[in-house]
Design a protein around this ligand. Structure first.
Ligand SMILES: [Zn+2]
Length: 145
């Protein structure tokens, strides 16, 4: 994947807007060893522009799993329909996702939410274990919007 230059002022806007959490899985950057990335909601390779309206702050795992598939549709196992992935620029996280009762898993509330949880593998074991630890020390879940 070709690197795209993103001006520091634009980077800062995207990072601050996200409150330094992955806009897909809500992982807080401050509690992770990984350096988060700016990703194109509509992939740059597919004509997505490097603008505030098309950039999201993402953990490396969500960014890699999503990759250039941003325009694709994904199968929702519950309805059998193909639906678009969650778009953090045009959709609200809390409409499409919620936390499990123990706050370790992201639950898709809509077909788009369920397909996105599956496509980005948001509930992999390591993530659930991290959320359990963060919950125990009171830093998870953060306020979502
Ligand atoms: Zn993520």
């Amino acid at each position: 994947m070709r690197r795209v230059y993103i001006p520091s002022s634009l980077r800062q806007l995207v990072v601050e807007r996200s409150r330094q959490r992955c806009e897909y899985c809500q992982m807080p950057e401050e509690h992770c060893a990984d350096i988060f990335e700016l990703e194109h909601v509509v992939a740059h390779a597919k004509g997505g522009e490097t603008t505030a309206d098309n950039l999201a702050f993402a953990c490396p795992s969500c960014n890699r799993r999503k990759g250039a598939r941003s325009n694709a549709t994904y199968l929702d196992a519950q309805t059998g329909r193909r639906v678009p992935l969650f778009n953090p620029r045009s959709q609200q996280w809390t409409r499409h996702f919620d936390w499990s009762d123990d706050c370790t898993k992201v639950i898709g509330r809509t077909a788009t939410g369920r397909a996105t949880v599956d496509a980005l593998n948001m509930n992999r074991t390591a993530m659930c274990n991290l959320r359990r630890a963060w919950y125990a020390v009171g830093v998870h879940p953060a306020q979502t919007n």
